[in-house]
Ligand binder design. Sequence first.
Ligand SMILES: O=P(O)(O)OC[C@H]1O[C@](O)(COP(=O)(O)O)[C@@H](O)[C@@H]1O
Ligand SMILES: [Mg+2]
Ligand SMILES: [Mg+2]
Length: 330
Amino acid sequence: MTAETIQTDRIPEELRPVMRAMAEAGARLAAIIRRGGDLASPVGTNADGDGQKALDVMADDLFRQALAGAGVRWLASEEQDEAVALDPAGRLAVAIDPLDGSSNIDTNVSIGTIFSIYPAEATAEASFLRPARQQIGGGYIIYGPRCAMMVTFGDGVQHYALDPDSDGFRLVTARQEMPESALEFAINASNYRHWPQPIRAYIDDCLAGSDGPREQNFNMRWIASLVAETHRILIRGGVFLYPGDAREGYGSGRLRMLYECAPIALLVEQAGGRATDGLVPILDQGAARLHQRTPFVFGSAEKVARIAAYHELPQTEVSALFGHRGLFRA
Ligand SMILES: O=P(O)(O)OC[C@H]1O[C@](O)(COP(=O)(O)O)[C@@H](O)[C@@H]1O
Ligand SMILES: [Mg+2]
Ligand SMILES: [Mg+2]
């Protein structure tokens, strides 16, 4: 690669090496995805028992190699049981979901990479198992019709796109803001019967549309790539929900606190939205274990606040017919 892998003038100086490495590995992964081939074949199982596909492992190797020379002391990955020590002199700790949206690899639907940056502490535990608000950077790369990166260093969200001529990420928008409101929600509705009552009630009211207490119609989207849902919501607004549910192993939902929810929550808050576990802000929480899951709700502030209010309603009110939830009229 000849030109800069990413335009760095708006990136804090101490984070430029790590961002150059992320961009370089991201551009390489984008090229592998464009070329296609057998990327979705099963190759093993990761720490949490999830099936790994060929591209999951390739992406993990690519980012680990790129980050090895970028001032990173600790690296935690979805694909590794334990955090690994990279550079003893490094001052940063990076947590990564190298390939997000694995179920979409073979269908040519947008997939991504999610990353979170903390100051390195003496141990991996101290570096990663801490309040998510202590992140000094977080973002994602989306491998879609256009390859793009959204990243925050705590002062707004920067939007970059991969320039196919130079193979480097160039700034598109210096301060990406999320629209305050939109009539779209995203949830995997096949799990409806397993959801807790407040989530069912919220979705019931969306589905009732203009005949229900909200008195307006909504649209639904579910891509099954967190990165792609986040990108849509950052650009167009709306809300995303992956609640805990009654299926075995899904009590805290599916998504991981450290390398999925924490960085997405940082981006969302920096873009003017909100991100919670349904009730409590994600950034006020931290992972107790590297691969800990959490229920996740994020999007336009007003919608996320409304979902929290459904959690606070008395059970009798939540269970009542939607027409009786007078609180939510208009
Ligand atoms: O298949 P489900 O249950 O709808 O889950 C979809 C979710 O799982 C994920 O694919 C999990 O991420 P990985 O692909 O990195 O394991 C998210 O991107 C997506 O939001
Ligand atoms: Mg993921
Ligand atoms: Mg993944």
